[in-house]
Ligand binder design. Structure first.
Ligand SMILES: [Zn+2]
Length: 738
């Protein structure tokens, strides 16, 4: 006789042990979910764990779920047997012959007690004695005199031997315990431990010998809060990696750990349960059964037998959490939602039309990057004499003028102050030999003839009447080494009939500058001419026509030159070394820069189909958490493809100051994708905000990333990056968290 059927309908409220109710609805019509009591310590009914399974599933499927729940996945299902406890308190085996029957047909009912156990060979008498090994099984490595004799085929696996040894010793291991088998081959003090990598090797392969001593060592695993694995049940790594990523957003997790009034929600409720489980100290990795069931009920396309996009899932989850919480809270909008303003500029009537879009992540394309870009290392000599080196990326098919436009764009990005932005008119590009000017480039010169690391761009004063003025370099010569010790400064001089006094005022200013830096006056000032090789003193040419003036040379002592070079070091921009690597900033710039709109645009102002340009910008305030998707997957009608390009991204101090003042972000998570979209694998690197340590979450396997090694955190597999804004802005905006 069986108990009366008491299966929960899916619409019923199921109570978990920790008394957080949640509801499951909208699964297939009429289907029931059974809540079963799994007894991990068979044959004892202790440490019961609840598992949930639809009654239409088969006994085989139940067995798989039990194996998974008990972390005995390395066991072949045919080595594992299920039993249920009958009304008389006796365990009854479920016959494998009926394993394809549904639980309903097998008389498995709600609230039944079930357990898993292993079959083993009691007596090896019926098989070839040569293939049988005998072992001396010890309770303790120090007590070899007391042992149990064991006989077992040499063709069984190590995990099988372990299961039998545990059974023989009457040890009941808990699911959170790992068992290591120890072997003593030669009856000495040397015990060899076999780690889990060789679980599936046979005793033959492991060269176990007759009459060896064996023993088992049992250790329990403990996870730190937030550092718990998620088991992969099918192709669920996309879900696991997205969830670990969100779990490590501190503000969101603190919200769900402390939220009390979300019982009316469905997904937020199970998500909260999951976060509470992940952030409790515990000894088990978690399975997402309940969570997946609820997600799938809501969104059948995220079934766990196919590989899905982790970013798509994460974004879906964020948005559905927002929808569910909207009535009472906007934690999601507060944390993740930002705005992008997109402005279309009509090329016909020059009018602008702007739209603003709310986004929960930034999708950065990797494809629209022009291949024909080239990097130039430029020595930028400012009007005030300061020098800075910078890397400019520009179209390699362009001219010097193209390079200067890119340079001005660069200056605009680097400087907040408009006064520091040079004008195209006031720039001279020169080919350098050290600090000496070899030649000047004209604006229409092709970049193909320009060597990338010997270019200086000089800012010069704007000239009012260009036609009778020209620029003449003033050079700085060390009179001992006869080297130029800094790049020239350009003077504005009359094109013809230049007298010494025409340059005197500008020279005086430069001399003052040298004295202020070195405390020493230059030894002499000369001028040179194109028409002769002689240098002449400027002082004696004050009222003279500096005929065919080539340059002015300020000469100093060696000490003065040395003092000058040591005190006015050239400053360099953030990326001084030339590298062709793409950076996250490059991608951001690409995404936000003005670009031609494909095809025709209908302008509402001039009522025409016309050509237009579009520019996007991030609106202030930027969200505290920015999720960036590196769009590695491209789709067209015929195929999908993955772009494997390495993108360099900062771990700390990702500066978005150009979009909002003091907007500095730190990386807190990376979702990595390996392989192809259809047969790939996801894993997540996240920073635990309590320990401040980085971990790699690979389903249930968690590894600490030692010393928060940036080299390990920046990989070519990075697919989703999560950045968190640095305090103090956070403290003002958000609920405090510890
Ligand atoms: Zn128009």
């Amino acid at each position: 006789m069986r108990r009366t059927f008491t299966g929960s309908h899916l619409n019923d409220v199921v109570r978990l042990d920790n008394h957080y109710p949640y509801t499951i609805t909208n699964v297939h019509h009429g289907e029931r979910v059974l809540s079963l009591n799994l007894c991990p310590n068979y044959p004892f009914v202790t440490d019961i764990r609840r598992i949930y399974i639809s009654e239409s599933r088969s006994c085989d499927q139940l067995k798989k779920q039990v194996i998974d729940e008990l972390r005995i996945r390395n066991k072949s299902p045919c080595d594992v047997f299920l039993s249920f406890l009958d009304d008389n308190g006796t365990w009854n085996g479920i016959n494998d012959a009926y394993s394809k029957l549904s639980l309903f047909a097998s008389n498995i009912h709600d609230n039944d007690y079930i357990a898993a156990h292993f079959r083993y060979v009691q007596q090896p008498l019926s098989i070839d004695s040569q293939a049988v090994l005998s072992f001396r099984l010890c309770r303790n490595t120090r007590l070899k005199h007391s042992f149990i004799d064991m006989y077992i085929r040499a063709t069984v696996t190590l995990s099988y031997l372990k299961a039998i040894a545990i059974d023989k010793l009457n040890i009941y291991t808990k699911p959170n315990e790992t068992v290591t088998l120890l072997l003593n081959k030669d009856n000495n003090d040397l015990w060899i431990a076999f780690d889990s990598k060789v679980e599936d090797c046979t005793l033959e392969e492991l060269e176990f010998r007759n009459n060896s001593y064996i023993c088992v060592d049992i250790k329990s695993i403990t996870y730190l809060p937030g550092v718990r694995g998620l088991r992969n049940t099918g192709n669920t790594c996309f879900m696991n990696s997205a969830l670990q990523c969100l779990s490590n957003v501190p503000q969101l997790t603190e919200y769900f750990l402390t939220s009390t009034d979300i019982s009316h929600t469905r997904i937020a409720c199970v998500y909260s349960e999951l976060i509470k489980a992940l952030w409790s100290e515990g000894s088990l990795s978690l399975a997402l059964d309940t969570f997946t069931l609820v997600i799938q009920a809501d969104l059948p396309r995220f079934d766990n037998y196919k590989q899905h996009d982790a970013q798509e899932f994460m974004n879906y989850l964020i948005n559905i959490l927002h929808t569910e919480l909207a009535s009472q809270s906007t934690i999601i909008t507060d944390l993740f939602y930002g705005k992008i303003r997109s402005t279309v500029h009509c090329l016909t009537c020059k009018s602008n039309e702007s739209t603003t879009e709310v986004v929960s992540f930034l999708p950065l394309p990797l494809t629209n990057r022009k291949k024909k870009q080239r990097l130039f290392e430029i020595n930028h000599v400012k009007l005030n004499g300061d020098r800075q080196s910078c890397i400019i990326e520009t179209d390699s098919n362009g001219t010097v003028s193209t390079l200067l436009h890119s340079f001005i764009d660069y200056c605009i990005n680097e400087n907040q102050d408009d006064n520091d932005i040079p004008d195209l008119e006031s720039l001279i590009v020169a080919k350098m030999n050290g600090n000496d000017v070899k030649s000047q480039y004209s604006l229409d010169e092709s970049l193909k003839s320009v060597v990338d690391n010997q270019i200086s761009v000089f800012e010069v004063p704007l000239m009012i009447s260009k036609h009778d003025r020209m620029y003449t370099p003033c050079l700085f010569l060390d009179n001992d080494s006869h080297c130029y010790f800094r790049p020239p400064i350009y003077l504005v001089t009359p094109k013809s009939n230049c007298y010494g006094q025409d340059v005197a005022y500008q020279i005086q200013k430069i001399i003052k500058h040298i004295v202020s830096v070195t405390g020493e006056r230059p030894t002499d000032v000369f001028w040179t001419s194109y028409s002769s090789n002689y240098q002449r003193h400027l002082v004696s040419s004050m009222n003279e026509n500096l005929y065919s003036l080539k340059s002015i040379i300020i000469e100093t002592s060696h000490l003065c030159a040395k003092a000058y070079t040591s005190k006015s070091k050239q400053s360099s921009a953030s990326n001084t070394s030339i590298s062709q690597e793409l950076t996250l900033s490059n991608l951001m710039d690409d995404f936000l820069k003005e670009a031609d709109l494909d095809g025709q645009y209908y302008c509402s102002k001039c009522k025409l189909q016309t050509a237009a340009k579009q520019k996007s910008e991030l609106c202030s305030p930027l969200p505290p958490i920015i999720i960036i998707q590196l769009k590695r997957f491209t789709y067209d009608i015929y195929s999908s493809d993955k772009i494997d390009t390495f993108i360099d991204y900062p771990v700390n101090n990702f500066d978005l100051g150009q979009y909002e003042k003091d907007a500095i972000y730190d990386l807190i998570s990376v979702i990595n994708h390996m392989g192809t979209l259809s047969s790939g694998h996801y894993l997540t690197y996240s920073k635990n905000h309590r320990t401040q340590k980085w971990y790699s979450f690979n389903d249930e396997v968690i590894r600490e990333i030692k010393d928060n090694d940036e080299g390990q955190l920046i990989t070519k597999n990075a697919y989703v990056l999560v950045y968190m804004r640095q305090k103090p802005q956070l403290e003002e905006q958000l609920i405090s968290f510890t």
